[in-house]
Design a protein around this ligand. Structure first.
Ligand SMILES: Cc1cc2nc3c(=O)[nH]c(=O)nc-3n(C[C@H](O)[C@H](O)[C@H](O)COP(=O)(O)OP(=O)(O)OC[C@H]3O[C@@H](n4cnc5c(N)ncnc54)[C@H](O)[C@@H]3O)c2cc1C
Length: 479
C-alpha cells in the first residue's frame, strides 16, 4: 500500500475501539469535539507525504518494495540519521501549525529502542519480529502511540512490593501462540486516534517480577483495551477570536488492558526481566531527543506571540521589557544550542548499530527546557497584561451593540486595531492562561520523563571520572 492520505487515516479510525470521553462512549473519534483536535493535528503526518514541498524530508523508498513510505520508519543505522530526524520532526511541527503530529515519532522511537534491545540481547527472534512489525507499519502507513508509563501505585515500591499486583502491566496467562496481559498505562498521548499501540515496561525489574517484563504491539481496537480520555479544548472554538487555522493539540488517555490477548509474533520481550530497564532506557535515548526537537518550534511561536503583545501594548522599547526579551531569546537559543550540540557526536547505542543523539546533551536540553519554561511563561503573562484573563470574548465582539464600545476602548499601540489586539490577547489566553496552558506547564515537566529522570541520565552519562582525573593530575594526587 502506498502512503495513506489524511482521509484514509481518518477512515481507518472508524473501527471497534473502546473510547470514553467525559463519561460518554465515543462512537467516532473523528467527530468527537475534543478528540477531533488530536485527529486533525495527527492528520498532518499524512498530509506531509502528499505535499510536494514536504516529500523530500518526509518520504523515502521502501528498501524492499521500492514503494514510498514515511521516513519515520527509516532504521537509524548511520550517524547522519540523527540530523535527518531533527529536520523531520521540526518540519512536521512547523507544518502542523506549531504542534507535533505525534503519531509516528514516538512509535518509531520505541521500535528503534526495541531493535537495539533485541540486538544487545542477541535475540534473533525478537529482532526479526520487530523488523517485520516495522515493515508492516511502514507498508500499511499506520500511526502508532507509545505506551510506557504504568499507573505505579506507591512510587517507593517495585511491582512485586505493591499492595495490588495491578499497578504495573503484566502477563497473566500464556498459550502456545499468545500471551494474555492485564494492567493499565497512564497519560498515553494520541492513543485514541492511532492505529497501533506499542507497549514496553517503564522501569527496572527483579527476577521475581519477570511477569512484568513484557513488550508488545497490538491494534488499538483489540478486545479488552478500554481508553478513558481527558477533555482539552474543543475543535469548534466559539469563544476565542477566530484564526485562519484551528488550534492544534493532543489528548491523553488512561489505557486499560483487561485480559488482552497478544499474538506471539507481536511480542518483543517476554519475562527477560534483566532487559526491562534497558528497554525503557533505549526508548528514552531516542525519544528525549525527539522531545527537545519538537519543543523548539513551540517556544519560538510562544515568543513571537509574546513579542507581538509587547508591540500591541506599546512597551517594546521599555528597558524591563527588553530584559524580558533577552531572557526569552536566551531560553530559546540555549535549548536550540543544546539540541544541536546533541547532534554533533551521535552515539552507537550499546553497540547495537543504531545511532542516537548524544545522550548527555539531549538530557541537558530537556532539563534546561523544563526547568525554565514556567519563568518563560511568566514573562509572557507579564508582557500581555491582565487582559489575557479578563478580555471580552468573541461572541461579545460580534454583537452590534457592543462592538463600537470595544472598538473605542480596546485599541492598542501603533497600527493595532481593537480587533487585532483582542485577537492577540485571545490567542495568548489560550497559550498562557487557559486549561491548555496549565496542561503545557505540566507536560513540560513530566512528558518524556520528569526532572529526576533527566538528572539520573546526567549522572549516568557525564564523564565524572575524567573531571576527577584531570583535577588529580593538576594537584599531583595519587588517590
Ligand atoms: C502531557 C503528557 C503526555 C504524556 N504522554 C505519554 C505517552 O504518550 N506515553 C507514555 O507512556 N507516557 C506519557 N506520559 C507520562 C510521563 O512520561 C510521566 O508523566 C512521567 O514519566 C512521570 O510519571 P508520573 O506522571 O507517574 O509521575 P511520578 O513518577 O509519580 O512523579 C511525581 C514525582 O514523584 C517523583 N518520584 C517518582 N518515583 C519516585 C521514586 N521511586 N522515588 C522518589 N521520587 C519519585 C518524581 O521524580 C516526581 O517528582 C505523558 C505525560 C504527560 C504529562
Amino acid at each position: 500500500m502506498a502512503l495513506r492520505t489524511a482521509d484514509q487515516y481518518r477512515e481507518g479510525l472508524k473501527d471497534n475501539r473502546k473510547i470514553v470521553m467525559l463519561g460518554n462512549t465515543v462512537e467516532d473519534v473523528t467527530e468527537d469535539p475534543y478528540l477531533k483536535v488530536g485527529v486533525e493535528t495527527a492528520a498532518f503526518d499524512f498530509l506531509m507525504g502528499h505535499d510536494p514541498e514536504m516529500q523530500e524530508i518526509s518520504v523515502m523508498k521502501d528498501p524492499e518494495t521500492g514503494e514510498d513510505i514515511s521516513t519515520y520508519f527509516e532504521i537509524p543505522d548511520t550517524p547522519e540519521h540523527v540530523h535527518k530526524r531533527y529536520n523531520l520532526v521540526q518540519s512536521a511541527c512547523h507544518y502542523a501549525d506549531g504542534a507535533l503530529p505525534f503519531v509516528k515519532d514516538v512509535g518509531t522511537d520505541i521500535m528503534n529502542g526495541l531493535l537495539a534491545v533485541a540486538r544487545i540481547m542477541g535475540n534473533k527472534t525478537y529482532e526479526r519480529r520487530i523488523n517485520d512489525y516495522r515493515k508492516y507499519c511502514a507498508q500499511k502507513d499506520l500511526s502508532m502511540c507509545g505506551v510506557v508509563t504504568d499507573v505505579k501505585g506507591d512510587r517507593s515500591k517495585s511491582p512485586s512490593q505493591q499492595e495490588s499486583p495491578d499497578y504495573y502491566l503484566r502477563v497473566v496467562d500464556e498459550t502456545e501462540d499468545e500471551i494474555v496481559v492485564s494492567g493499565a498505562k497512564a497519560h498515553i498521548t494520541a492513543s485514541a486516534y492511532t492505529d497501533e499501540m506499542i507497549v514496553i515496561p517503564t522501569r527496572n525489574l527483579s527476577e521475581s517480577e519477570a511477569e512484568y517484563a513484557v513488550a508488545f504491539a497490538i491494534p488499538v481496537d483489540t478486545k479488552g483495551v478500554i481508553q478513558i480520555c481527558r477533555p482539552s479544548f474543543r475543535y469548534e472554538d466559539k469563544s476565542h477570536f477566530p484564526t485562519p487555522r484551528p488550534k492544534r493539540g493532543h489528548v491523553e488517555a488512561l489505557v486499560i488492558f483487561d485480559n488482552v490477548r497478544v499474538p506471539k509474533e507481536r511480542v518483543f520481550l517476554l519475562r527477560e526481566w534483566q532487559f526491562a530497564q534497558y528497554a525503557a532506557y533505549a526508548f528514552t535515548a531516542f525519544h528525549r531527543f525527539t522531545a527537545v526537537t519538537y519543543k523548539i518550534p513551540i517556544i519560538e511561536y510562544f515568543t513571537g506571540v509574546g513579542m507581538l503583545a509587547a508591540d500591541a501594548n506599546g512597551i517594546q522599547k521599555a528597558s524591563h521589557v527588553r530584559e524580558q526579551f533577552v531572557r526569552m531569546i536566551n531560553y530559546i537559543e540555549t535549548v536550540k544550542a543544546l539540541a544541536e550540540a546533541a547532534m554533533v557526536e551521535p552515539e552507537n547505542l550499546g553497540d547495537s548499530g543504531l545511532y542516537v543523539a548524544n545522550r548527555l546533551r539531549s538530557n541537558m536540553a530537556k532539563l534546561y527546557f523544563a526547568s525554565n519554561f514556567h519563568e518563560f511563561i511568566r514573562d509572557i503573562q507579564d508582557l500581555a497584561g491582565g487582559l489575557v484573563v479578563t478580555q471580552p470574548s468573541y461572541p461579545d465582539w460580534q454583537r452590534d451593540d457592543l462592538r463600537p464600545y470595544l472598538e473605542r476602548y480596546m485599541g492598542g499601540a501603533g497600527n493595532y486595531t481593537a480587533e487585532e489586539r483582542l485577537k492577540l490577547m485571545s490567542m495568548l489566553h489560550h497559550l498562557v492562561a487557559s486549561d491548555f496552558a496549565g496542561w503545557h506547564e505540566v507536560c513540560t515537566i513530566h512528558a518524556e520523563g520528569s526532572f529526576a529522570a533527566q538528572k539520573m541520565m546526567l549522572m549516568a552519562e557525564a564523564p565524572m571520572e575524567m573531571y576527577k582525573e584531570r583535577a588529580k593530575a593538576l594537584l599531583g594526587l595519587n588517590v
